[in-house]
Write a protein that binds this ligand. Structure first.
Ligand code: NAP
Length: 298
């Protein structure tokens, strides 16, 4: 390490473990009250290698938490109609409380149309138009797992957003945009950057909290970080040596930041933990056992 690491490391692995233990306890209570274990079904279309790994990890974590987990594997050449029919079938299956359509879908399939078919109550990834609208309007609904995990990580480390300048780099529906809504709901002043932003360095430099969700290895430099700022690195990139690297130059940023997430072991584990939390919430709502496992994400 060239710089002296001064930042507090926000340990997503340990935090995710704590969330997962709370979820497992929630599952035990649900079952003790005579209700079925939460059912989570992942729909995996095609053979994308990264998706296979993600699905395996989700499967393992959900099984450990006591869920009923299943994966529906469909061939890459599945038609839009057949995919939507499968989603409809799962919507009607009472043993399934959460449905996750693993993205990206193979070429030729329309993800938006497929997601729009999901019953919003079972949309534990928070991507249906109904849940997106709920997030924007401040109504209750499932929040996308990665930005919800970022908020949970901040909350559990006592880092507040109220009144603070938050710069988000990346405006995807999966991460950047929903995080912007969550931060706004926490009364942060939000700047949402993207590939056409003129001076990204300047936008980051004035931020108290920087969230990087781009998919470009080490795009965010150490001297873009204000001393003492919090840095959440959502990016997952495969470095030249095959190791995972984030969107932030970690060593340089950790020398100036107040708090920072590592890659791996930061935001990534939180995503799966929040998926479990959303699914437990969905199962509880179904049996009328009430909503969130914690203080919620907004
Ligand atoms: P995405 O849909 O590809 O969006 C990338 C965003 O970054 C876009 O808004 C794009 O701008 C912007 N961008 C690209 N190049 C840029 C540049 N040079 N300067 C500024 N902005 C730039 O990606 P995503 O799904 O949000 O994922 C982002 C990263 O997070 C990826 O590495 C992904 O693997 C990772 N991820 C991690 C988790 C986790 O659990 N940790 C979950 C989801 C995603 P435009 O809109 O202008 O094109």
């Amino acid at each position: 390490m060239n710089g002296v690491e001064t930042a507090r490391i926000l340990d997503g692995k340990a935090t995710a473990l704590a969330v997962r233990e709370e979820v497992a306890e929630g599952v035990r209570q649900l079952c003790a009250a005579g209700h079925p274990a939460p059912g989570l079904t992942v729909v995996l279309v095609g053979e994308d290698p990264a998706s296979q790994v993600y699905v395996r990890n989700k499967d393992r974590a959900a099984t450990q938490a006591g869920f009923n987990v299943s994966t529906v594997r469909l061939p890459a050449e599945t038609s839009q109609g057949d995919l939507e029919a499968e989603i409809q079938r799962l919507n009607g299956d009472e043993s399934v409380h959460g449905i996750l359509v693993q993205l990206p879908l193979p070429k030729g399939l329309d993800a938006d149309r497929a997601l729009a078919r999901l019953d919003p109550a079972k949309d534990v990834d928070g991507l249906t138009p109904t849940n997106v609208a709920a997030l924007v309007t401040g109504n209750s609904g499932h929040v996308p797992c990665t930005p919800a995990g970022c908020i949970e990580l901040l909350d559990r480390h006592g880092i507040e957003l109220e009144g603070r300048r938050v710069t988000i780099v990346g405006r995807s529906m999966l991460v950047g945009k929903p995080f912007a809504q969550l931060a706004l709901a926490r009364n942060a002043t939000v700047t949402l950057c993207h590939s056409r932003t003129r001076d990204l360095a300047a936008e980051c430099r004035r931020a108290d909290v920087v969230v990087a969700a781009v998919g470009v290895e080490k795009l965010i430099k150490g001297d873009w970080i204000q001393p003492g700022a919090t840095v959440l690195d959502v990016g997952i990139n495969r470095g030249a040596d095959g190791k995972l690297v984030g969107d932030v130059d970690f060593e340089a940023a950790a020398a100036v930041a107040g708090a920072i997430t590592p890659v791996p072991g930061g935001v990534g584990p939180m995503t799966i933990a929040m998926l479990l939390k959303n699914t437990l919430d969905a199962a509880r709502t179904t049996v009328g056992a009430g909503g969130s496992t914690g203080d919620g994400s907004r």
